[in-house]
Write a protein that binds this ligand. Structure first.
Ligand code: NDP
Length: 284
């Protein structure tokens, strides 16, 4: 039997359609649409594609959007001034600083300049802290996308054994927190974990976010599991996940594909956070 393929692209499309309808209603009432500013420093080709996609997503749902493309040699002071100006701009509800920054710029300091109210990526320490306290203003886009997919699939997480492989600040750690807040029993694994296959085999849900192509193999999974593949790796010119999809899909109950799984959901969650940022300003 092959697994149910969780169609992130379709779920993201439904979320975007819902957002577009809400924006239309806002504009009909004479309100300004939510606004997202995207800042890209340098000419990293992958980042250019991400920024273009985010801008197109905004246009499709009717958001106001600004793109700030700065040369790689931009002095830190100039970037600082831009962020501070956008913090004050009432048309802008969300600010996204595309990472990585060129190495001469202090990434942490620049991210912390973004007002927590406009930090739609949820990277600011205040927002990270609120997430860990269980009172989030925004949810980080990739793990939020995973949670949304599980919700669409009507997965009841209460009491389930969830294993998160990867402990990065942007995916693994917040993912674990969000599963925990839905009452899953969560295990976080990383590169020093001993006997990882035993741990993943015993889970009900496995989320893999490590950045190693086809790492999770058939020997590491068992029947009835839900497998969420966050990984995005280039292999022989193709985009592949962290899961050996063809082999694993023969065993488990449900699985997300790459491409077409978590990736589109991450982008949809950025739109959702920008909507949320606008609503928080308007409702006070
Ligand atoms: P990081 O490189 O920041 O973190 C990787 C994590 O994987 C680390 O915690 C590391 O452990 C762990 N790890 C590495 N090798 C192993 C191993 N052999 N066994 C167990 N754990 C291991 O990556 P990110 O979290 O930023 O990204 C992970 C993947 O997700 C990448 O492919 C990235 O492209 C993708 N991604 C996809 C997104 C999407 O929208 N679909 C968004 C963001 C990321 P340790 O801490 O011990 O070093």
């Amino acid at each position: 039997m092959t697994a149910n393929i969780i169609d992130g692209k379709a779920i993201a499309g439904a979320i975007r359609a819902d957002i577009a309808q809400k924006v239309k209603n806002m504009v009909e009432k004479g309100l300004h649409p939510p606004g997202l500013a995207v800042i890209l420093v340098g000419d990293d080709p992958a980042s250019q594609i991400y920024v273009r996609n985010k801008k197109n997503d905004c246009i499709k749902v009717g958001f106001y959007t600004e793109e700030h493309l700065l040369p790689a040699m931009t002095p830190e002071d100039e970037l600082r001034k831009l962020i501070l100006r956008l913090n004050q701009d009432p048309k802008i509800h969300g600010i996204l600083l595309q990472l990585p920054l060129p190495k001469d710029l202090n990434e942490k300091a620049m991210l912390e300049l973004i007002s927590p109210e406009k930090d739609v990526d949820c990277f600011h320490p205040v927002n990270v802290g609120n997430l860990f306290l269980g009172i989030p203003r925004f949810l980080p886009c990739t793990p939020a996308g995973v949670m949304e997919m599980l919700k669409y699939e009507k997965v009841d997480l209460k009491g389930k054994k969830a294993v998160v492989v990867g402990r990065s600040n942007i995916v693994g750690k917040p993912m674990a927190m969000m599963l925990l807040s839905e009452h899953a029993t969560v295990t976080i694994c990383h590169s020093r974990t001993v006997n990882l296959p035993k741990i993943t085999r015993e889970a009900d849900i496995v989320v893999v976010a490590i950045g190693k192509a086809k790492f999770l193999t058939a020997e590491m999974v068992s029947k009835g599991q839900i497998i969420i593949d966050v990984g995005q790796n280039r292999l022989d010119e193709k985009l592949v996940g962290d899961v050996d999809f063809d082999a694993v899909a023969q065993i488990v109950a449900a699985i997300t594909p790459v491409p077409g799984g978590v990736g589109p959901m991450t982008r949809a969650m950025l739109l959702k956070n920008t909507m949320q940022a606008e609503r928080l300003v308007r409702k006070g």
